[in-house]
Design a protein around this ligand. Structure first.
Ligand SMILES: Cc1cc2nc3c(=O)[nH]c(=O)nc-3n(C[C@H](O)[C@H](O)[C@H](O)COP(=O)(O)OP(=O)(O)OC[C@H]3O[C@@H](n4cnc5c(N)ncnc54)[C@H](O)[C@@H]3O)c2cc1C
Ligand code: SF4
Length: 473
């Protein structure tokens, strides 16, 4: 176990971020890296706490105390092997996971938690640099063919494990490049796309066939896929955005967040030139509706596009700075989050409801908002609009970042006749099997919009179930 009294001697030290004035001039990753010596000292803060709640908090069950111990002792190779045992893509989670493990860290009861996420990315990056990570194609093929539809983190994790088990996997993706929201949702300043390409190239060398630009259910029918493959895994994400039905919604200049973010990611990868980008915030007043992570990504992207001002509004109340009494450790702390994008210059307001979009000449010029008040009656929250509080926030561009409601149902899901749950996500049983024979599903398309680490966890579980199924037929 790492130094049992390390946490008494060493303070939490984060790698920190690139200087603000530098980073807003480009789209490169914001977060820096710590030198190896400091990183090993940080690992030493992981005490022998007996019951590692961090492990409970991690959706992929990462063996956190074990790899922290190996990292502290300088055995980077063994640390990587323990990390790789539970997580296919620590280079993604180590960069962008919100780290529920750190919320659950025992040190977090009365001190600062161990830098678990940063330790994770340090271990995997060292493994790449040292050449510990090499293509490892399976020694034998089973002769079974699997179609994985959708190449986000859940599809990638399922494809990776099924290929390693010796099955022949084809990963279908409707977009021009694989990676799902890692590629076209999450901005480059949080996750460099070279990191995704590095992993996809490894998977290709190991034998996964990736077919991009193929929308299953349109370019090739679901029936053809069923005829050609022994099992099918649907991991198409939950990309239907929540809309805001208010007067003036049809005005020009109002966009879904994903349209805005994916265009900038395509500019970054030179699939588009900046001049070809139809949603450019340069010199404009941007209003982001929705106070979550997608909204925060819109803030950072607008700032990099040189918007004249950026405002973000949220209908819910401002979260507290510390845990509320009904939100104890080791649960996820529902506290105010200030992202690097917020630090870069953004006005934030809470308790605001959108009443109307206003505009002239068919172009949005502002949004009329009203204050709201939330009351908790027997654990149920209800919202009241406060009369006489209507005001206008000026805006040339409005970005709707209010989350996603369910997967796209028209097309593949309708063609296969897949049953949906009450929230219109794909319904699966405890084995990740849908109502359609040999068709499995995982990731956001089953859970609803979630996190990369949950998508990887779900992709790992569905792979196990598909492998069991294939071994029986
Ligand atoms: C802007 C934004 C920022 C985010 N930031 C974070 C973050 O910082 N940390 C975090 O943990 N999570 C973040 N998330 C959430 C995270 O990205 C998702 O939970 C995760 O990517 C879901 O993975 P998935 O594999 O289920 O689906 P997705 O990543 O959505 O991938 C689904 C893929 O299926 C493809 N597809 C759909 N239909 C078809 C079809 N018919 N044929 C072929 N292909 C198809 C899609 O094109 C897509 O590539 C963010 C989400 C967004 C939108
Ligand atoms: S994947 Fe996320 S929750 Fe798990 S150890 Fe890494 S940062 Fe923590």
């Amino acid at each position: 176990m790492a130094d049992a009294s390390g946490f008494l001697k060493i303070k939490r030290k984060e790698a920190g971020n690139r200087p603000l004035n530098e980073r807003i001039c480009d789209h490169s990753e914001v977060e820096q890296v710590l030198n190896s010596e400091d990183r090993m000292l940080q690992a030493s803060r992981c005490m022998d706490c007996g019951i590692p709640f961090c492990h409970w908090g991690c959706p992929v069950d990462n063996l956190i105390p074990e790899w922290n111990d190996l990292l502290y002792k300088g055995d980077w190779k063994a640390a990587y092997e323990r990390l790789n045992a539970t997580n296919n893509f620590p280079e993604f989670t180590g960069r962008i996971c919100p780290a529920p493990c750190e919320h659950a860290c025992v040190l977090n009861i009365n001190q600062e938690p161990v830098t678990i996420r940063e330790n994770e990315v340090a271990i995997v990056e060292r493994a790449f640099t040292e050449g510990y990570i090499k293509p490892l194609p399976p020694l034998r093929r089973t002769g079974k063919k699997i179609a994985v539809i959708g190449s986000g983190p859940s599809g990638m994790a399922a494809a990776d494990l099924l290929n390693k088990a010796g099955h022949s996997v084809t990963l279908f993706e409707k977009d021009e490049k694989a990676g799902g929201l890692l590629r076209f949702g999450i901005p480059d300043f949080k996750l460099s796309k070279a990191v995704i390409d590095r992993r996809l190239n490894l998977m290709i060398k190991e034998g996964v066939v990736i077919k991009t630009g193929v929308a299953v259910g349109k370019d090739i029918s679901g029936k053809e896929i069923l005829d050609q493959f022994d099992a099918v895994c649907i991991t198409i994400g939950a990309s239907k955005p929540r809309d805001l039905k208010a007067d003036g919604r049809d005005l020009n200049g109002i966009h879904f967040a994903m349209d805005f973010l994916s265009l900038q990611n395509r500019v970054n990868s030179r699939q588009l030139t900046p001049a070809e980008n139809p949603i450019n915030a340069e010199g404009k007043k941007v209003l982001v509706i929705g106070g979550g992570d997608t909204g925060s990504d819109c803030v950072g992207t607008s700032i990099r596009q040189k918007a004249s001002s950026v405002t973000q509004i949220e209908i819910l109340p401002k979260p507290p700075l510390t845990r509320a009494e009904n939100n104890p450790w080791p649960y996820w702390g529902k506290i105010l989050k200030t992202s690097t994008s917020h630090e870069e210059g953004c006005e934030r307001y809470w308790n605001l409801s959108t009443a109307k979009f206003s505009g002239t000449n068919n172009q949005v010029t502002g949004v009329e908002v009203e204050d709201v008040e939330w009351t908790n009656i027997n654990g149920r929250y209800s919202m009241n609009i406060l009369p006489g509080t209507r005001k206008t926030i000026d805006a040339d561009i409005v970005l709707l970042a209010m989350g996603f409601i369910h997967p796209v149902i028209d097309g593949l899901l309708t063609e296969l006749g897949l049953e949906l749950d009450q929230r219109n996500n794909i319904k699966v049983n405890e084995n990740y099997l849908t109502n359609c024979r040999k068709v499995f599903a995982a990731g956001d398309s089953v859970s609803g919009a979630s996190l990369v680490v949950n998508a990887i966890a779900s992709g790992r579980k569905v792979a196990k179930e598909i492998d069991k199924f294939l071994r029986k037929i």
